[in-house]
Design a protein around this ligand. Structure first.
Ligand code: FE
Ligand code: FE
Ligand code: FE
Length: 166
């Protein structure tokens, strides 16, 4: 018979998943900042990189609350999302649509994170991990705010610039 896994195991596995993802994102954000054509875009990616450092620290605190060592578990989903972003940066290097492509890649990253944090918060509540909830909620709030800023940035400059008609 297979070992019986519980919601505790799933919480820990998912925590390891987002911990791995955040560290990959930390490495990807400077590349996106370098690729960004506007100062606003560059600054935005670098600001989120700083936020990501804080998010990683909060995740380390959540591991501590859970009584486990902070360790990542390879997340193929984030690897794929980041690889797609790199492909766009390469394929649209000199294109007026690069900005729109960067924003769409960054939004895919944020949405993965939002899905993970939303789930972890729900499970932390079910598992009675009271001290973990505000830490995860703060990370979630930062991802949602970043997604909103990206959406706005896309609406104001990228889409118009990327279009042939503009
Ligand atoms: Fe993050
Ligand atoms: Fe994953
Ligand atoms: Fe993020």
């Amino acid at each position: 018979m297979a070992t019986e896994k519980t919601l505790d195991d799933l919480f820990l596995d998912t925590l390891k998943d987002i911990y791995y993802a955040e560290r990959q994102i930390l490495k990807a954000l400077p590349k996106m900042a370098r690729a960004a054509q506007s100062e606003e875009g560059k600054a935005g990616f670098l600001r989120h990189r700083e936020e990501t450092e804080g998010q990683i620290e909060r995740l380390q605190q959540v591991f501590e609350i859970f009584g486990k060592a902070a360790r990542g578990k390879t997340c193929e989903a984030i690897q794929g999302i980041i690889a797609e972003g790199e492909e766009i940066m390469e394929d649209y290097k000199a294109s007026p649509a690069l900005h729109a492509g960067l924003i769409s890649s960054a939004r895919a990253v944020e949405h993965y994170e939002i899905a993970r944090y939303g789930t972890l918060i729900a499970w932390a509540k079910q598992l009675g991990l009271k001290d973990a909830i505000p830490l995860l909620e703060q990370n979630l709030a930062e991802e949602i705010a970043t997604d909103k800023k990206l959406t706005k940035l896309g609406e104001t400059s990228a889409n118009a610039k990327g279009s042939k008609a503009a």
